[in-house]
Design a protein around this ligand. Structure first.
Ligand SMILES: O=c1[nH]c(NC[C@H](O)[C@H](O)[C@H](O)CO)c([N+](=O)[O-])c(=O)[nH]1
Length: 153
């Protein structure tokens, strides 16, 4: 039986990170978590590029542009959408999720979906570096694993 699985070694891998400014109080924490995870798994600072977009709705377009550039082994999409303060919560979340998946499928480059979608501020706090961990770090780990796995297929 041949088993394929991505190791968690980021050495030599090139990463694009797309992060939204909306709810920057949280997204900056997600970015910090992603950068820390990449660094501690061996990624070089020179192999990481961060692009800021206005909101989660804009994550898919820049994710796709980065992915199709051929410059990155994986993309990490970071955002925070909180229903309590979002009139069009469902539209923003659904379009972000759908668009990020399409960016990955259309280009063959893994794009990890690390958009925190919560009912309220407390839940966003929990996922941005407190008791529920850091979703940005989780997205970085997914990107490392997927980049290594795809190299074997
Ligand atoms: O990233 C977010 N964008 C949000 N809206 C902006 C949206 O992502 C686009 O930037 C905007 O619609 C312009 O295209 C949010 N809210 O509406 O509350 C939100 O909670 N999070």
């Amino acid at each position: 039986v041949k088993v394929l699985e991505g190791m968690l070694n980021a050495q030599g891998l090139r990463f694009g990170i797309v992060v939204s400014r909306f709810n920057e109080f949280f997204t900056s924490k997600l970015l910090g978590g992603a950068l820390d995870a990449l660094h501690r798994h061996g990624a070089s600072e020179d192999d990481i590029t961060v692009a800021w977009v206005p909101g989660a709705f804009e994550l898919p377009l820049v994710s796709k542009k980065m992915a199709e550039s051929g410059k990155y082994d994986a993309i990490i999409a970071l955002g925070t959408v909180i229903r309590g303060s979002t009139t069009h919560y469902d539209y923003v979340c659904n379009e972000a999720a759908k668009g990020i998946a399409q960016a990955s499928m259309a280009t063959g480059v893994p794009v990890s979906f690390s958009v925190v979608t919560t009912e309220n501020l407390d839940q966003a706090i929990e996922r941005s570096g407190t008791k529920a961990g850091n979703k940005g770090a989780d997205g970085a780990m997914t990107a490392i694993e997927m980049a290594n796995l795809l190299r074997q297929i």
